[in-house]
Write a new protein. Structure first.
Length: 191
C-alpha cells in the first residue's frame, strides 16, 4: 500500500482510485450519492451537534475538527494497532462521543484494510487513494459477534467515508449519512 500511495503522489494523480476505475468497480450507487452530498451533510451534522450537544462534548468535537489535514505520504505507515473512538453527529441525538476501543490496520499489498476489533458496533473495510490528502474508505458495519458482510451487500451494512491524516500518529474517517442513528459518524484513530 505504501508503494501505491507513493506512486500516486509521484505521478500527481489526484483521484487515482477513481481515475483508474478501481473504486468505480466496487462502490455502490447509494454510496456515490452519499459522497456527492458529503459537504452539505457534514455542515448540517456539525450545526446540529453544536446547537444541541453537551458543552464538554462540543469542546471535544471542536478539537477533532481543529486538527489540520496532512498528506498520506510515504512516511506515514498506517499498519498496526490503533485506539479508535466514534463520534455521532445529528439526527437521533445531536452529539454522542463514545469511549476509546481497539482498531487494527493491515496491509494486504495493494490496499490498507481496517477492522474495529472491540466495542459493539464495528467496521471492516479498505482504503482507496483519492488524492495526496484524502483516502476513500469502503467497508461493512456489523455488530460484535456477527460475521461482517462483504461490502456491497446492502445499504444496512455498507459504509463509505473520507479519511484524513491529522498528525504523525492519528487520522480520522468521516462517514456521511450512515445507515443508522446519525447524519455523520467520525471514527478517530490514534496510536
Amino acid at each position: 500500500m505504501r508503494l501505491y500511495v507513493l506512486t500516486a503522489l509521484l505521478i500527481g494523480s489526484v483521484g487515482s482510485a477513481f481515475a483508474d476505475g478501481t473504486i468505480n468497480k466496487i462502490i455502490t450507487a447509494s454510496d456515490k450519492a452519499r459522497l456527492e452530498t458529503y459537504e452539505t451533510t457534514k455542515s448540517q451534522a456539525l450545526d446540529e451537534a453544536r446547537k444541541g450537544g453537551d458543552t464538554a462534548d462540543i469542546a471535544k468535537l471542536n478539537a477533532i475538527f481543529a486538527q489540520s489535514s496532512l498528506g498520506f505520504s510515504e512516511d506515514f505507515d498506517m499498519t498496526g494497532n490503533w485506539q479508535c473512538r466514534t463520534t455521532k453527529l445529528g439526527k437521533t441525538t445531536p452529539l454522542v462521543i463514545y469511549s476509546w476501543f481497539k482498531c487494527r490496520v493491515t496491509d494486504d499489498g495493494p490496499d490498507w484494510m481496517l477492522e474495529k476489533t472491540s466495542g459493539s458496533q464495528r467496521t471492516k473495510g479498505r482504503f482507496f487513494t483519492e488524492s495526496a490528502n484524502r483516502l476513500t474508505y469502503l467497508g461493512s458495519g456489523y455488530i460484535a459477534g456477527e460475521k461482517p458482510k462483504k461490502y456491497g451487500s446492502g445499504a444496512d451494512t455498507d459504509e463509505v467515508g473520507y479519511a484524513y491524516r491529522t498528525s504523525k500518529n492519528s487520522f480520522r474517517i468521516e462517514f456521511p449519512s450512515p445507515a443508522r442513528e446519525s447524519l455523520l459518524d467520525v471514527l478517530e484513530l490514534k496510536r
